[in-house]
Ligand binder design. Structure first.
Ligand code: PLP
Length: 396
């Protein structure tokens, strides 16, 4: 397909085929492929060996098990998160899932059943929109300047009506790298409670696992809170392991949905996770080595852009996660259209439109921003952003 005839990349499914193309000879800054640290891979490998050698191995893999997940793992997770964030939780507040994604679908399935809509603040991760019978709505985040070259998205207040059954936010966010402040999240939680809506917080990048936030953050807790967690960025993306922390009535509803779809979560990886959490080693790797590596990559992206860009640009404040978000206020075309030209020059970045619902696609931030993944190598980031800057500097 030639560049001229290629359709603009406006939908998430247009981006997805490029996300796995990490060995294809292009500088892939569109991908969200997690960073692999040898020390973490070694810890996971050792835990798998120990799990296979465990006397309970055969009954683990050969038998049927309870829908909520392994009791030992659930106790460890409740203790870890309970202590860290002073949450009043026990194993009864933990549902193990085959990845966080399964929990997001459960949110939508619940909303479909209740006939309530799901609200996001754009830009937001498109993976939450899983159900054809659910009405998804989005309002644009407020844009707050932070210095000359940075800004921050803040959830606007007073946007919930009584049809809203759930609000979903990623924190740190995909795509912007934003950590909504504890105060703003508390306010949102109260607004959700006032219309009997769930506040679903996607902690896939948050502490404790995998700890990709660069400043301290609190965890909310209330009868309408759902905390969705993932081991994916902690060197386990391929094994599909996540969990939900929530008040018991919410756990029961989610468990009922899980029983219908997956019966119960996979067993061996749960044993692996319990082994990884027996001492502080794995959590320490997340909190020190992994977080530091992500912080360096965030910084590198900022430095290269400051060095190479000759046209006005704004970066979202760097609070954590796998991505940096760049807004180009004077770009004449859209980043959806620019995608193919960049691809033909050997660099992939995710255009902004797929992170918005279509009615917002004309908004400046939805038209002329890009998500830049930080998990490519330093060399790929430097070369890829160098090409990106050349193209944009040439007056697109
Ligand atoms: C913000 C965010 N949440 C959740 C997920 C999915 O997590 P999991 O692999 O546990 O399904 C992703 C995947 O990259 C993500 O970017």
């Amino acid at each position: 397909m030639t560049t001229a005839s290629a359709a603009a990349i406006e939908q998430w499914q247009d981006v997805v085929p490029y996300l796995l193309d990490v060995d294809g000879g292009r500088h892939n800054l569109a991908t969200g492929m997690p960073l692999e640290l040898p020390s973490m891979s070694a810890a996971v490998r050792a835990a798998f060996r120990a799990a296979v050698d465990d006397p309970g191995f055969s009954s683990r893999v050969a038998r049927y098990h309870g829908v909520l997940g392994d009791e030992v793992l659930r106790e460890r997770l409740a203790a870890l998160y309970g202590e860290r964030f002073a949450l009043p939780v026990s194993s009864a507040n933990v549902l193990v899932t085959p990845g966080a994604q399964a929990a997001f679908h459960a949110v939508s399935a619940l909303m479909a059943r209740r006939g309530r809509k799901v609200l996001f603040f754009g830009p937001e991760y498109p993976g939450y929109r899983t159900h054809q019978d659910v009405r998804y709505e989005m309002v644009h985040s407020d844009v707050v300047a932070e210095g000359e070259h940075e800004f921050r998205y803040v959830p606007p207040r007073g946007t919930l009506d009584s049809d809203v059954g759930a609000v979903v936010v990623s924190r740190p966010s995909n795509p912007a790298g934003n950590v909504i402040s504890d105060e703003a999240l508390g306010e949102l939680l109260r607004e959700c409670a006032a219309v009997d809506a769930l506040l679903v917080v996607d902690n896939a990048y948050a502490p404790v696992i995998p700890s990709l936030a660069f400043r301290e953050l609190g965890m909310p807790w209330a009868p309408n809170v759902v905390l969705v967690q993932s081991f994916s960025k902690g060197a386990l993306a391929g094994e599909r392991l996540g969990f939900v922390l929530a008040p018991e009535p919410v756990i029961e509803m989610f468990a009922e949905l899980q029983a219908q779809v997956a019966t119960f979560p996979p067993q061996l990886v749960q044993l692996v996770a319990s082994i990884l959490l027996r001492d502080d080693h794995y959590v320490g790797l997340c909190e020190r080595d992994l977080r530091e590596r992500y912080r360096q990559r965030h910084q590198l992206v900022g430095e290269v852009l400051h060095e190479r860009m000759e046209v006005p640009f704004l970066l979202h404040a760097s609070d954590g996660g796998q991505f940096r978000w760049l807004h180009l206020p004077e770009l004449r075309t859209s980043t959806s259209e620019l995608f193919h030209e960049l691809k033909d020059r050997g660099v992939l970045v995710a255009p902004s439109a797929p992170f918005y619902l279509p009615h917002l696609h004309r908004e400046p931030h939805a038209r002329t921003s890009v998500r830049i993944g930080v998990t490519a190598s330093d060399a790929e980031i430097e070369q890829g952003l160098g090409i990106f800057a050349e193209v944009v500097n040439a007056g697109r």
